[in-house]
Write a protein that binds this ligand. Structure first.
Ligand code: SF4
Ligand code: SF4
Ligand code: FES
Length: 258
């Protein structure tokens, strides 16, 4: 019988245990994935006892506290701390989310924090998003109109047409959806994935854009688009409450009826 084993160096080992030194009775046990490319070691799961009496409510507050007070080598991305930049996306308690928006109070028991799944890890909680960014660039996410027109006139949009961008323009490219999509896990190099397809649909839907047909033609590909099998993980993982699966369905419908 064929037996599949993970390579030995990919196994997550038990890491260091950082005991609370404050004597607090309000402690959260936090397990965090660690991997350092400069050390020739397996990934490990470190455990921290965090005093919640001196910590904000969000998962990002816990990470900041650990970095500032316990282990400064802990590496993660963050910027706005208000759910706007998308940089703090990670897997918290088994779900992809923004650590600055996720309250640790919602999580009973120990807290587990991992990088976004199925991506190469650069260090600790920082996943490699370079393929996703290249895919994003490939859909040319900017307004395409004749130069002469754009230089001379203000380009107006009716309220009705502007409304068509609701549920699309709010996307912050955090990649929570794409990295929760099984089709993207297995075909990430060729399938564009829900984040990029939602963005593609955002530009296809913009009444001011003059390259709708070309944009549709570009994504009409059995690998780029039709690898979506409507599993819907993307929509349930979007921390902004958007619906990438619906956007993908709308592109398919447009192609079927055009
Ligand atoms: S609906 Fe499509 S994009 Fe969303 S998780 Fe499923 S396969 Fe992926
Ligand atoms: S659709 Fe939602 S989950 Fe996906 S990239 Fe945009 S904001 Fe993030
Ligand atoms: S830090 Fe910007 S979205 Fe979380």
């Amino acid at each position: 019988m064929v037996q599949f084993n993970l390579p030995k160096n990919s196994k997550i080992l038990k890491g260091q245990y950082f005991k609370d030194k404050t004597g607090s009775s309000n402690i959260k046990i936090v397990h965090i994935y660690r991997w350092d490319p400069e050390k020739n070691e397996n990934p490990r799961e470190d455990t921290f006892e965090v005093d919640l009496n001196t910590c904000g409510n969000k998962v990002l507050d816990i990470l900041n506290k650990i970095k500032n007070e316990i282990d400064s080598s802990l590496t993660f991305r963050k910027s706005c701390a208000h759910g706007v930049c998308g940089s703090c996306a990670m897997n918290v308690d088994g779900q992809n989310t923004l650590s600055c928006m996720k309250s640790h109070k919602d999580i009973k028991g120990d807290l587990r924090i991992f990088p976004l799944p199925h991506l190469k890890v650069l260090k600790d909680l920082v996943a490699d998003l370079s393929t996703l960014y290249k895919q994003y660039e490939s859909i040319e996410p900017w307004l395409k109109i004749k130069k002469s027109k754009s230089e001379k006139n203000e380009i107006n949009q009716s309220k009705e047409n502007r409304k068509k961008l609701d549920g699309l323009y709010e996307c912050i490219m955090c990649a929570c959806c794409s990295t929760s999509c099984p089709s993207y896990w297995w075909n990430g190099e060729s399938y564009l994935g829900p984040a990029v397809l939602l963005q593609a649909y955002r530009w296809i839907s913009d009444s001011r854009d003059e390259e709708k047909k070309e944009r549709l033609k570009k994504v009409a590909d059995k690998l780029k688009l039709y690898r979506c099998h409507t599993i819907m993980n993307c929509t349930s993982s979007c921390p902004k409450g958007l619906n990438p699966a619906k956007a993908i369905g709308s592109i398919k419908k447009m192609l079927a009826t055009s």
